[in-house]
Structure formats: structure tokens, C-alpha cells
Design a protein around this ligand. Structure first.
Ligand code: GLV
Ligand code: MN
Ligand code: MN
Ligand code: MN
Length: 418
């Protein structure tokens, strides 16, 4: 029996590339490929080689997005592009599919389409820079810049836990932060954008359906909360005389959880994700606590309502415990409704391929939510095992990946022909 050669059109190729990319930053409990780290650069360089092997023209824009472009012969010079893409950076100890799936399948889809007739628009595969907020605390930086939503003054101050600035990492690839705004693509220069991603939830798995077509994307709001108490001797100061910042912070953690529970029916969530105590010594009452809250929801009004309830609860806790609290809103993105025409294009691709699909919302953030500001944009989900993501145990089944690749290819074709 002849063995089918692996090439960039096969799902076998996709699976192999996902495994190869997973080697960059692989650790004991998952993949740590933080934005612009050594591992991220290795993965980025690897993808550039794959793009070049597919004869795509590769360009790195002012924020470090990698763009691989294919122009069918004879198209108009200013024809708007059909774009697909996702990201290669991960959270600490993340999985191999969050981001990489959409990049590799995007490249495979464009490789397939290069050989189909009737294309009238250029095709691009984009690796968005710094999608995860894990390193610099800002989310989806690359796609925000591409969509003209760059927050240059805030990004100038962004730094990681070791004090390494985002701007120095950009400078290291020859991209001065002052120029980040020039990564913006003009409105009407993109005919359509599509991202393929794992669901990071359980709906598709429970429904036993391979393809989810996203209707709305919840966008994150991030709060930085500082609780000020009084540091003191953890043996000598009587309990009733303390202003222990960590005790107040603990009440805030529970209040955030309780308020979020009330909003479950509106699909809004809130999580205290980072807690730092100062001075952080075993024999000192915590004098200060810094805590970060991640808030998401698909309905902006509910998110606003939840933030107000959290602020009110914090104010009561601060007064009751005599520990003043300040709250800084680091950023607050708005939820996004995706383009109905693109949704229908993906639905018709599923029908044509006889692959069942359903519509659902995304509670995770994605580059698509920014691209939706400048282009008709869509997001396709495939199931991931037990909804596990941002975790080294993330898993997507080959059959679902194959279905996602086929649907992505067909939908891109619908957008790029005639
Ligand atoms: C992206 O991974 C997010 O944090 O939503
Ligand atoms: Mn992620
Ligand atoms: Mn992702
Ligand atoms: Mn090829």
C-alpha cells in the first residue's frame, strides 16, 4: 500500500507541526512560551521558515505580527486581503493547541487554496504578537495594533515580572514602540478575517459536535487592586489591633467569587488571578497586598454592573477593616458581536462538507475580537478535551482538527473567490 506523503495540505502535517512547535518552551507541566521570550522567537522563526517553504511573502509589521501573503496571479493591485491567523505565545505551563492550532491550520488552508482556481483576492496567514496577557499584562497586543487600537502610552509602561519592558523586546526586533501605530491596516483593506481555535469550554464536547461558530466574544476587563494595611510584628501585635492587608484581600477574593456567582446566568465571570503580599516575610503582618482581577462577559451592561458591585463590596471591606483600598482599571475591552455574513459563510461551508455545527459564544478573548473592528470577522471553534485549556493537559482530537481545517479552508475559499 502506498504511503501518502505528508505535505502541508494534510491533517497529518498539521499534527506534526503542532508537535514540533510544542517543543519550543516545553517543560514538565506544559509549554511556557511567553510573548517575545526565547521560545517564542524560536517558534516564530520556525513558522517563518514554513511560510517561506510555501512560497508566501513574509513581512513582519511594526508590532511584530508575522504576515505570510499569497497573491494569486492577475489580481488587482489593491484587492482587499482574506486573512486567517492566531498566535504562538502561550501562558506559563500552557497547552499546545491554544493559538498554534489556528496558525498551523491557517497555513495549511492557504497552502491548499493556492492550488485552487478562481481566487480573486490575496490570502494572508498572520501570527499575532503577544496575544496572551501573561507576560506584559496587556491582552491581544498584536491584533489591537493591526486594528488601529494600539494604546501606545500604556504599552510603553508595560513590563514583565522581571522588569523587562515590552518596548525593549520590540526594539530587539528592530521595531521602535513609537511606531507601533503604523501596524494599523486601513478599514476596507481586509475582505474577511477568520480564526480557528480550540473552544476552551465544554459545549462542543457535550453536544458531540466538531464545529462551533462563534456569535459573540467576551472581552476582558482587568483591575489592579491595592490594599493598604499596617505591617507589624506577627507575634506582638494583638489580633484585634491589626490592619492586616491580606485578611482584607481574602475577603475581597470571596466577594469577587460571590458576585461573579450571581452573574453566572448572564455568562459573566470574575476571578482574582494574582495576589502579592508585602513585605512577604513569615514574621510580618502583611502591610500591603496587590491583587489583579480578570472580569469577562459577553454582555457589556452586565460587566459594568458586576464591576460596580465589586467596587461597592471592596469599599465596605476597606472601611470595616480600616485598610484603605485603591482600584485601577488597567483596561476594559468591550464584548464583540461577530459578522453575520461571515457566520453564514462558515455555516454554509459546514453544510457543504456535511459537518454539523452549532453557534456559541466565547468567554475567552481572541485576536478576532480586535480584527472585528476593521473587517468582517469570524471565529471557528473545535472541541478540546473536557474544556481544559491554559494548562499543559490541553488536548484536541485529530478528527476535530481535520474538520476544523476543512471548514476553515472552505470558508476562506468562499471569501477569496469571485
Ligand atoms: C486568552 O487566552 C484569554 O486570556 O482570553
Ligand atoms: Mn490563551
Ligand atoms: Mn488563544
Ligand atoms: Mn503546497
Amino acid at each position: 500500500m502506498a504511503i501518502q506523503a505528508k505535505n502541508s495540505h494534510d491533517v497529518a502535517w498539521v499534527l506534526e507541526q503542532i508537535e514540533r512547535i510544542a517543543q519550543f518552551g516545553q517543560g514538565r507541566s506544559g509549554i511556557t512560551r511567553l510573548a517575545f521570550s526565547k521560545a517564542d522567537h524560536e517558534a516564530r522563526n520556525y513558522i517563518i521558515e514554513l511560510m517561506q517553504a510555501e512560497d508566501l511573502t513574509v513581512h513582519i509589521d511594526a508590532v511584530g505580527n508575522i504576515i505570510g501573503r499569497f497573491e494569486p496571479e492577475g489580481i488587482q493591485a489593491d484587492a482587499p486581503a482574506v486573512i486567517t491567523g492566531s498566535h504562538l505565545d502561550t501562558v506559563p505551563s500552557g497547552g499546545k493547541y491554544d493559538g498554534a492550532l489556528g496558525v498551523v491550520c491557517g497555513l495549511a488552508a492557504v497552502s491548499r487554496l493556492k492550488e485552487r482556481s478562481g481566487l480573486e483576492y490575496p490570502l494572508e496567514v498572520v501570527v499575532f504578537a503577544a496575544e496572551e496577557s501573561s507576560r506584559f499584562n496587556f491582552a491581544t497586543i498584536g491584533s489591537k495594533a493591526m486594528a488601529g487600537l494600539a494604546n501606545v502610552s500604556a504599552w510603553m509602561r508595560a513590563q514583565d515580572q522581571d522588569g523587562i519592558s515590552f518596548s525593549s523586546e520590540l526594539a530587539a526586533i528592530g521595531r521602535p514602540i513609537e511606531n507601533v501605530g503604523s501596524a494599523a491596516r486601513p478599514k476596507n483593506s481586509i475582505r474577511g478575517f477568520l480564526e480557528l481555535h480550540i473552544e476552551q469550554g465544554r459545549v462542543l464536547e457535550q453536544e458531540k459536535i466538531s464545529i462551533g461558530i462563534v456569535d459573540k466574544i467576551a472581552a476582558p476587563t482587568r483591575l489592579k487592586i491595592t490594599v493598604v494595611g499596617t505591617a507589624g510584628h506577627s507575634g506582638a501585635v494583638p489580633i484585634e489591633e491589626r490592619q492586616d492587608a491580606l485578611v482584607s484581600a481574602s475577603m475581597i477574593v470571596l466577594a469577587v467569587r460571590d458576585i461573579a456567582t450571581e452573574y453566572t446566568y448572564q455568562s459573566a465571570v470574575a476571578t482574582v488571578t494574582i495576589l502579592k503580599t508585602y513585605p512577604g516575610a513569615i514574621n510580618v503582618i502583611p502591610g500591603q497586598v496587590e491583587m489583579w482581577v480578570d472580569i469577562r462577559g459577553t454582555d457589556h451592561e452586565s460587566v459594568i454592573g458586576m464591576i460596580q458591585e465589586i467596587k461597592d463590596a471592596i469599599s465596605t471591606i476597606a472601611d470595616d477593616n480600616d485598610t484603605p483600598v485603591s482600584i485601577e482599571v488597567l483596561f476594559s475591552d468591550k464584548p464583540v458581536k461577530l459578522d453575520e455574513t461571515i457566520i453564514e459563510t462558515v455555516e454554509s461551508a459546514c453544510q457543504q462538507l456535511k459537518i454539523p455545527s452549532l453557534r456559541l459564544d466565547s468567554l475567552a478573548g481572541h485576536d478576532t475580537m480586535n480584527m472585528a473592528h476593521i473587517a468582517p470577522a469570524g471565529l471557528i471553534f473545535i472541541p478540546c478535551k473536557q474544556g481544559v485549556s491554559h494548562n499543559g493537559n490541553e488536548y484536541a482530537a485529530p478528527d476535530d482538527i481535520a474538520a476544523g481545517l476543512d471548514v476553515l479552508t472552505e470558508a476562506l475559499y468562499q471569501l477569496a473567490k469571485c
